[in-house]
Ligand binder design. Structure first.
Ligand code: ADP
Length: 363
């Protein structure tokens, strides 16, 4: 047999308590209390999910009593019974006591019964939602861990393959197969890059927001150092105006800038005589505004709204190596820090990504 749901009714009139009990004892496990104090004692001993109270009581009002239960038992459903003239109390009850329903006095037993039924339904669905959320969170955590461990494990055979490829470079008799080894090396590096991004995504989804002191100019220059030797054709310009100390999450800011700079490099137009990347930094006490602009292949209007989606790649970039996950991670990381990103682009003329990140210096 299903356990009956517990309902508490509080009223200073003994007769009301008796008739309430008589009416509802078959359907519910009814608890009654003659005062707010008695009700609070009862609630301390037993978890009662539905609380119904009269508004007018000698020691305290129903709203004051419900307000007390709010912090102690936030998941309970509250119902107030009040007279016709008490509309102010109803408003107060909704605002202060977070009452889900109110019933006017003198009450009609059928209406009261329907109101309690509704409260029970609300309670059951809240409970189910809570359970589903816990399950969802658990499934999400497990999925994340799974992705992390797979990604981690996949990297070690790749490192071994790279080791063997590097060995072949030392063997003159294998020079004839150079082009094949280069192909293997390229694919292995791409796969490794992709796995690294998945690991970064995992880290971004789990790490708490950190508070580091960020010097944007040196951070960007150190990121550019990783690209500049392979991209000597690109004219790199940095306009720095950091007017304030900036406190933010170094790990996430680095992910964002690294991805934007890497895209600005990757999506250059090879037939351009002058390939440019310009980065402007404007940092004040409130936020950092950074723009990464290139004169590369650009993104057509048709695709621009989709580029922050997971695994999306625009048609015009299909002959360039990419995975379509970088900008998704960028957006996630920016949102984690409460910042914003926008993009403007013209096909075959270039793109400009603008980000703003709140400064945690004052907060
Ligand atoms: P990936 O570069 O690995 O494909 P991203 O998520 O970083 O993935 O970018 C998604 C898509 O957005 C790219 O495939 C490309 O089509 C477009 N894109 C991003 N940055 C630029 C850029 N600076 N210039 C032109 N296209 C870009």
């Amino acid at each position: 047999m299903l356990e009956k749901i517990k309902v508490l009714y509080v009223d200073d009139e003994e007769q009301n308590l008796v008739s309430f009990r008589a009416n509802f004892r078959k359907e519910y496990d009814v608890y009654t209390a003659i005062s707010a104090d008695e009700a609070l004692n009862l609630l301390q001993e037993t978890h009662i999910p539905i609380i119904i109270t009269d508004q007018r009581m000698p020691d305290t009002t129903g709203v004051e009593f419900l307000e007390k239960t709010l912090n102690l038992y936030p998941d309970c459903i509250r119902l107030l019974i009040t007279g016709y003239a008490d509309i102010d109390n109803v408003i107060e009850a909704i605002n202060r006591g977070q009452v889900s329903k109110y019933i006017q006095k003198p009450w009609d037993w059928d209406k009261l019964s329907i109101a309690i039924d509704n409260c029970v339904t609300l309670h059951t669905s809240r409970l189910e939602l809570k359970l589903k959320n816990v399950e969802l969170q658990k499934a999400n955590d497990e999925l994340n861990k799974f992705v992390y461990s797979i990604s981690h494990d996949l990297r070690s055979p790749l490192t071994s393959i790279m080791g063997v490829i590097n060995l072949t470079k030392l063997m003159p008799e294998l020079r004839v197969a150079d082009s094949y080894f280069e192909m293997i090396e390229g694919r292995v590096l791409k796969l490794d890059g992709f796995i690294k991004k998945i690991l970064v995504y995992y880290k971004n989804s789990r790490l708490e927001d950190a508070s580091d002191n960020i010097r944007y100019e040196s951070l960007i220059l150190s990121i550019w150092d990783n690209f500049k030797n392979d991209n000597i054709k690109i004219n790199f310009e940095l306009v720095d105006s950091q007017k304030s100390v900036f406190v933010g999450d170094q790990f996430r800011i680095e992910i964002i800038l690294d991805n934007l700079i890497s895209n600005a490099v990757k999506y250059q137009n090879p037939s351009n005589q002058k390939q440019n990347i310009k980065i402007t930094i404007d940092v004040n006490e409130v936020e950092a505004n950074i723009a990464v602009t290139d004169n590369g292949i650009g993104i057509s209007d048709e695709y621009i709204d989709n580029i922050f989606k997971m695994f999306f790649r625009a048609e015009e970039s299909m002959n360039t190596d990419g995975t379509g996950i970088g900008l998704y991670i960028v957006k996630e990381a920016i949102e984690k820090m409460g910042g914003k990103i926008s993009v403007s682009s013209t096909i075959m003329a270039g793109s400009s990504f603008k980000i703003s990140i709140p400064n945690k210096l004052i907060s």
